[in-house]
Design a protein around this ligand. Structure first.
Ligand code: SF4
Length: 453
């Protein structure tokens, strides 16, 4: 049985796409191996968010090129955002690479690899030395990300609801690598989730670059509800689904219907990841993020009204070109106002082929690092205080199975997305919702005892 090795770099979207590709290989009689040296096909799903991510994938691919000595028919391939943005150039840079497949071609990867393997076996390759570069746009490609590999204790799954983004934030490469927004039809998403519940899945995370703008170009509003809220309601109807999460929303998609949904859809968890990026209107304008910091804060306040106790996490970039001390302090002030339950701070780094990389006002690394450390300190004080406030309380947890870091223990998450570690029997408790009494907290993790009735 032929073997495929699949290495994924980057975001949750890439993880989800890699899983689809893995399942397609399994359906064609391959096994997925974690060992590149025993593979017949070596694939990298790549990320372009920073140059460093690209160099890492190219370095790894060049290193693995050595296996061709022991397996002359091995097929090497790049997929994903870097494949999309660099295309043919990657073959020149890494001559042992046979395939470059873009972000709208995941569903063609298996065919390409089987064709390349056959050509090598029939020794047709030597004279031709042919490679495949497939990076064109393809209609309906968003509808091909719908299958999952079987997993033990697969309780929580990501479900891709759309691909691409039209927003064009000046620091971001995604619109150029993932193309325009394309949404999957609601019935197909619901069908996929029903199939997942048959495999024991009880929680889904709806995935997209800007999920709350889902279907804005394809599907009509119904009863003044956006396609995204229609989707949330349809998923909410699925009995065996206990929890619904989504990532990443965009402030301009947070209309009243989305906020209201938190008042009548209890399966929607008490957590949203809501990227702010900056608390300064001057910087939001330079980022081409079409909202004011006041509006972002207003949405957070409205979310807290709609769902008391909701946890809000965010992404913030410090050191964006032209960011003055005053601009930075506006971001810090926003953090102190919203009291985020978690915040991921990124020091701005120039990304080739993005408008921000050419902007004036690029800041020295020293200044970026100072602001990064200062904001991290503020964020961590808030996060730890909020986490410690859980000690002594009892919280509903969805058990996800053995803990990643300690197989003797089980782990799960609260509705506010906090990780909880506890004792128990995975076969009996995975996928179950039950209360856990918290008796300890270390920074970002809670520890407790299940309250079994
Ligand atoms: S919303 Fe902005 S940051 Fe997010 S994927 Fe789209 S362009 Fe990139």
């Amino acid at each position: 049985m032929p073997k495929v090795y699949l290495k994924t770099y980057g975001c949750q979207m890439n993880e989800r796409d890699s899983e689809q590709v893995a399942q397609m290989f399994v359906e064609r009689g391959f096994t997925v191996t974690p060992e590149a040296e025993e593979a017949d096909v070596v694939l990298m799903n790549t990320c372009s968010v920073r140059d460093q991510a690209e160099q890492k994938a190219i370095g790894r691919m060049n290193y693995l090129g050595k296996h061709r000595k022991t397996n002359p028919n091995i097929v090497y391939g790049f997929m994903g955002c870097m494949a999309q943005s660099r295309g043919e150039e990657l073959i020149k840079q890494s001559p042992h690479v046979d395939l470059v497949a873009g972000t709208q071609k995941y569903h063609r990867v298996v065919d390409h690899c089987v064709e390349l393997m056959r050509a090598k076996e029939e020794a047709k390759m030597d004279d031709l030395r042919r490679s495949i570069v497939d990076i064109d746009e393809e209609e309906e490609s968003q509808n091909t990300i719908r299958d999952h590999v079987d997993k033990e204790h697969g309780v929580s799954e990501f479900v891709s609801i759309m691909q691409g983004c039209n927003m064009k934030c000046t620091f971001c490469i995604v619109p150029y690598t993932r193309g325009p927004e394309r949404a999957r039809p609601i019935p197909e998403i619901v069908d996929e989730i029903r199939r997942l519940t048959d495999q024991g899945v009880r929680e889904v995370t709806l995935l997209g670059q800007i999920v709350n703008l889902y279907g804005r170009h394809e599907f009509p509003k119904v009863d003044d509800k956006s396609p995204f809220v229609q989707l949330l309601e349809a998923v909410h109807e699925i009995d065996d689904i206990k929890r619904i999460r989504f990532t990443s929303p965009h402030p301009i998609g947070y209309k009243e219907d989305v906020i209201k949904a938190f008042t009548y859809l209890p399966k929607l968890v008490d957590h949203v990841h809501f990227p702010m990026q900056s608390g300064s209107n001057q910087i939001l304008k330079r980022m081409h993020r079409p909202y004011k910091a006041e509006r972002f804060i207003e949405i957070c306040d409205k979310m807290k009204e709609a769902r008391p106790g909701i946890a809000i996490s965010t992404d913030i970039i410090v050191g964006f070109p032209g960011e003055s001390e005053e601009d930075y302090l506006a971001s810090k002030k926003a953090v102190e106002h919203v009291q985020f339950d978690q915040a991921y701070i990124f020091r701005y780094s120039q990304r080739k082929d993005t408008p921000a990389a050419e902007m004036d006002g690029q800041l020295p690394e020293r200044v970026k690092e100072e602001r990064n450390q200062d904001l991290l300190k503020t964020v961590n004080e808030i996060v730890e205080r909020k986490n410690h406030a859980h000690v002594g309380g009892t919280y509903e947890v969805l058990c996800e199975g053995p803990s990643r870091y300690n197989k003797e223990k089980l782990s799960g998450r609260t509705r506010t997305n906090r990780i909880v570690i506890f004792e128990g029997d995975a076969d009996r408790m995975a996928g179950q919702l039950f209360d856990v009494k918290i008796n300890e907290c270390t920074g970002h993790t809670l520890y407790g005892d299940p309250v079994l009735h």
